[in-house]
Design a protein around this ligand. Structure first.
Ligand code: C2E
Ligand code: CA
Ligand code: CA
Ligand code: CA
Length: 286
């Protein structure tokens, strides 16, 4: 598929019949894949909706496989969560993403001057990874090794992490945000937690799930919902990012309700680190 960029990788889509056997084979493949050399991280720009200016990138893991083609995360993240492999894999993604961010920032500085706002990188963190006792140390190491500012790192958590409503989760979040790292709630609106967590937890960003954005132009109810979320976020001082923006109409509607940032195929699909740098440098800098 063209999503995979210049290398012409096919995307891997197992058919429904393959079920258990295919799952077992994928698990086996995962177990025998050394993390350092078996995975790739792609990056999707997060842009300012009015100008199209790139503000940061979301890191999205890929598993290029010799016979299956490019295996997308929906095929293996759940398996990796079940086996616990998500912990080292997630740490590897964090390190890769931070190292890339450091490189982008260097080239932006070189090409555009010091005034340009440094692009950040936003990394998905699974609940199991977040609850791991070593997570804070992993983050400290990621920052030390890459040299990026904590403000250049966003961690994307789903509402399910907050549902444990555990003092430890809150303390963990505070220790991270005290460093200057920002926390985003991913797929906002699809979970079942109460909205009160928005006051209790140190959250900076809401990512409105694609399912809401999809129906924006067709359903007044959906429009009202997204507008409501945007206003709520404004009142609470949170930044909103709309996910899955695929057409200009959606971009316009989002802009008209005051939503500042978006991400989606309208702007760019996830691309390799090198292509991400090209995208960044192709825009007016400074
Ligand atoms: P997500 O965090 O909600 O990421 C957004 C997904 O939507 C990505 O799929 C992205 O490629 C896709 N997308 C972006 N814009 C559009 C659009 O305009 N239209 C459509 N149809 N899709 C769009 P991807 O890369 O396949 O990732 C799927 C999910 O896998 C992610 O959903 C995330 O939950 C998980 N994931 C990806 N990378 C990681 C990772 O490093 N760690 C963890 N724990 N989970 C990851
Ligand atoms: Ca995400
Ligand atoms: Ca999402
Ligand atoms: Ca999603």
């Amino acid at each position: 598929a063209k999503t995979a960029g210049k290398r012409q990788w096919r995307h891997y889509h197992p058919d429904l019949q393959s079920g258990m056997a295919e799952r077992a084979k994928l698990q086996e493949g995962l177990d025998s894949s050394p993390i350092d050399t078996s995975f790739m991280v792609f990056y999707q720009p997060i842009v300012e909706l009015t100008s199209g200016q790139v503000s940061g990138f979301e890191a999205l893991v890929r598993w290029p496989h010799s016979t299956r083609g490019m295996v997308l995360p929906e095929q293996f993240i759940t398996l990796a969560e079940e086996s616990g492999q998500i912990v080292p894999l997630g740490a590897w993604v964090l390190n890769q993403a931070a190292a890339e961010a450091a490189r982008w920032q260097e080239s932006v500085q070189r090409e555009g001057g010091a005034d340009f706002v440094q692009p950040y990188v936003s990394v998905n963190v699974s609940p199991r990874q977040f609850r791991d006792a070593e997570f804070y140390r992993v983050i400290r190491r990621v920052l030390d090794l890459s040299g990026i500012q904590p403000s250049s790192l966003v961690l994307e958590l789903t509402e399910s992490v907050l549902m444990y409503n555990d003092e430890r989760i809150l303390a963990e979040m505070r220790s991270l945000t005290d460093l200057g790292i920002r926390i985003a709630i991913d797929d906002f609106g699809t979970g079942y937690s109460s909205l009160s967590y928005l006051r209790e937890f140190p959250i900076s960003i809401l990512k409105i799930d694609k399912s809401f954005v999809d129906e924006l132009g067709r359903s007044p109810e959906q429009y009202a919902l997204v507008e409501g979320i945007t206003h709520l976020a404004d009142t609470l001082g949170l930044t909103v990012i709309a996910e899955g923006v695929e057409d200009v109409r959606q971009q316009e509607l989002l802009t008209s309700m005051g939503c500042r940032f978006g991400q989606g195929y309208l702007f760019a699909e996830p691309v390799s680190a090198e292509e991400a740098e090209q995208l960044l440098l192709a825009q007016p800098l400074g």
